[in-house]
Design a protein around this ligand. Structure first.
Ligand SMILES: *C1O[C@H](CO)[C@@H](O)[C@H](O)[C@H]1NC(C)=O
Ligand SMILES: *[C@@H]1O[C@H](CO)[C@@H](O)[C@H](O)[C@H]1NC(C)=O
Ligand SMILES: *[C@@H]1O[C@H](CO)[C@@H](O)[C@H](O)[C@H]1NC(C)=O
Ligand SMILES: *[C@@H]1O[C@H](CO)[C@@H](O)[C@H](O)[C@H]1NC(C)=O
Ligand SMILES: *[C@@H]1O[C@H](CO)[C@@H](O)[C@H](O)[C@H]1NC(C)=O
Ligand SMILES: *[C@@H]1O[C@H](CO)[C@@H](O)[C@H](O)[C@H]1NC(C)=O
Ligand SMILES: *[C@@H]1O[C@H](CO)[C@@H](O)[C@H](O)[C@H]1NC(C)=O
Ligand SMILES: *[C@@H]1O[C@H](CO)[C@@H](O)[C@H](O)[C@H]1NC(C)=O
Length: 482
């Protein structure tokens, strides 16, 4: 912005203060899209290559990482990229207990890089209030944040915000959005002091918001295109507020706004710390595909760059970090967990995307049609992945067989599934038997990457992954199917 010099002298001071106000708005404002850079993948491009990809291919100037990885922070030196770093959940207890522990964490993890690396946010923990196994630390969260803020102040550092990312499960009610309210077990003990801290320090409520998960958990009740920002005709009117919604993400964000307002903090700004859509998943996971992932992310970016805000917060810019830079193959859990990336580990794109939001749909190459937007109705089995590391399969086989009586009876010597008598053959039977038995109670077909779902009946093969057709199909061993 160029200021006209033709102001009266008497107005100059005002002009300057307006000018500086404008500059600071630009700094705290700026382009609203960033990206999460997680590293739980084998063979990921190096930190230096990754930062290069973020600058040249992804083209965003905000990133969020899940630790204070020195290689990444070093690679960011003298770049214009602003970075949000994270303090691990396990450190919260000590850091809340003493100011010294906090000072020491900041000295070790921040000072070696700041200010040449533009560290702008320290996130204390990750979805702490979603993890009941660390419940004793919940009430230590805000004290830890306060200590970190004090450590920064003592060092004269005033341009690093302190926050903590929370998931939608901090709410006990989220629909309709006006009914949003925090869970009773945390509302007074954690949320109230947290909101007070965020207000006092002018920080943000960092929210992990996944419309995909809400949609997939409520199959049949939410329009897919409404979730993907693709249905221009469908709207939802909140009966209490009268506000009209055009996509699921806005509903989720406004549910948080309502919950904050109920505790007396209606104006704390929200940053979306994670959102995205999986580009692949297990056979029994609906809607996880490249088509939906591309549309979700492209439309999300257009919405955010338009700065339309949400119905409760019209025209408010909402900073958002897309999840995620890479598909990360070392994440446990269901198949979708490993497929949130905009990039494959080798740095090539999963789908085209312009993170500046200027490209029109018609300017993109056509995408593969989605084949799993309907629930999968066939049978599914769980078998050893082709090319699995055989030395790791043996221990996993023992683990599967140890989980319950009878799981592995059919592969005992002389029984119907003993042949082929190979580790991979036995493990496929055992992984499947284990998964069929425990999938209803949350068991996954994963085994540290050694197993995957298939819609092809493994009973058809006498030798898993037969190399000739004659090795397939002796048919006396029946793999159970769900
Ligand atoms: C063993 O299997 C039987 C029959 O399926 C079941 O009732 C029992 O609870 C199982 N025991 C264990 C330890 O899993
Ligand atoms: C990682 O790279 C090595 C060497 O290029 C390759 O052998 C291995 O299969 C790769 N692992 C994965 C999970 O892609
Ligand atoms: C917490 O502090 C104790 C005592 O100083 C130390 O032994 C322990 O390693 C610390 N834990 C973490 C996670 O830093
Ligand atoms: C979503 O929108 C696309 C394109 O507008 C359309 O082809 C598809 O049928 C819609 N899907 C649903 C589930 O409404
Ligand atoms: C939009 O949603 C409405 C109501 O669910 C549905 O009838 C219509 O087909 C949808 N349109 C698209 C393009 O998905
Ligand atoms: C938001 O921006 C639009 C377009 O600039 C404007 O018409 C509308 O009045 C604004 N709404 C509020 C609440 O500021
Ligand atoms: C990168 O990995 C993807 C997925 O595995 C693959 O399709 C693509 O060919 C690879 N690209 C290069 C340049 O190796
Ligand atoms: C294969 O698994 C074994 C046992 O878990 C492990 O020691 C080895 O490093 C693995 N090899 C590769 C290439 O991952």
């Amino acid at each position: 912005m160029i200021l006209s010099k033709a102001y009266f002298f008497g107005l100059q001071l005002l002009t300057f203060s307006l000018y500086f106000h404008f500059i600071s708005l630009q700094i705290s404002g700026g382009f609203p899209i960033g990206i999460n850079y997680g590293q739980l993948g084998s063979n990921l491009s190096s930190p230096l290559q990754s930062i290069n990809l973020i600058q040249t291919l992804i083209k965003v100037s905000r990133i969020k990482i899940y630790d204070t990885n020195p290689q990444i922070l070093h690679a960011l030196t003298n770049t214009k990229i602003q970075v949000s770093v994270m303090l691990p959940n396990q450190a919260i207890q000590n850091i809340s207990a003493t100011q010294e522990a906090s000072d020491s964490w900041v000295k070790t993890n921040i000072l070696p890089f700041y200010p040449l690396t533009r560290i702008r946010t320290i996130l204390v923990g990750n979805e702490v209030l979603s993890d009941s196994s660390i419940e004793p630390t919940w009430t230590m969260l805000v004290p830890a944040m306060q200590n970190i803020k004090r450590s920064l102040r003592a060092l004269g550092i005033h341009n690093i915000k302190v926050g903590t990312p929370l998931a939608m499960d901090v709410l006990k009610a989220s629909f309709p959005p006006s009914s949003g309210a925090f869970r009773d077990d945390i509302a007074e003990t954690v949320m109230r002091p947290l909101l007070q801290f965020l207000k006092k320090t002018k920080s943000f409520f960092f929210l992990d918001a996944y419309p995909y998960l809400t949609w997939a958990d409520n199959l049949g009740s939410i329009d897919l295109n409404y979730t993907l920002f693709m249905n221009q005709t469908f709207t939802y009117k909140d009966p209490n507020s009268g506000l009209v919604y055009r996509n699921l993400l806005d509903q989720m964000v406004d549910a948080i706004v309502s919950a904050m307002a109920k505790l007396g903090y209606p104006r704390i700004r929200i940053t979306i710390a994670e959102t995205g859509w999986p580009n692949a998943g297990d056979v029994d996971q609906i809607g996880a595909n490249i088509y939906n992932a591309a549309h979700y992310n492209r439309n999300l970016i257009r919405k955010l760059t338009s700065r339309e805000g949400t119905p409760m917060r019209p025209n408010q810019t909402m900073f958002t970090y897309i999840f995620s830079l890479y598909n990360e193959d070392q994440k446990p859990g269901r198949g979708t967990e490993r497929h949130w990336g905009l990039l494959y580990p080798n740095g090539s794109r999963v789908f085209e995307i312009d993170l500046n939001g200027r490209k029109l749909d018609s300017e993109y190459e056509p995408l593969p049609e989605p084949v799993n937007n309907e629930e999968f109705k066939g049978k599914i089995w769980c078998v050893v992945v082709h090319g699995a590391n055989v030395s790791a399969v043996g221990p996993a086989l023992d683990h599967a067989c140890a989980q319950g009586n009878g799981t592995c009876d059919a592969i005992k010597s002389g029984r119907e599934c003993y042949e082929p008598n190979t580790i991979v053959g036995h493990a496929s039977y055992a992984f499947n038997a284990y998964w069929q038995r425990f999938r209803k109670s949350g068991g996954t077909c994963y085994f540290d990457g050694l197993a995957e779902q298939t819609a092809v009946d493994p009973s058809e093969f006498s030798n898993l992954y037969p190399t000739t057709i004659s090795e397939a199909g002796h048919g006396s061993c029946n793999y159970p199917a769900a």
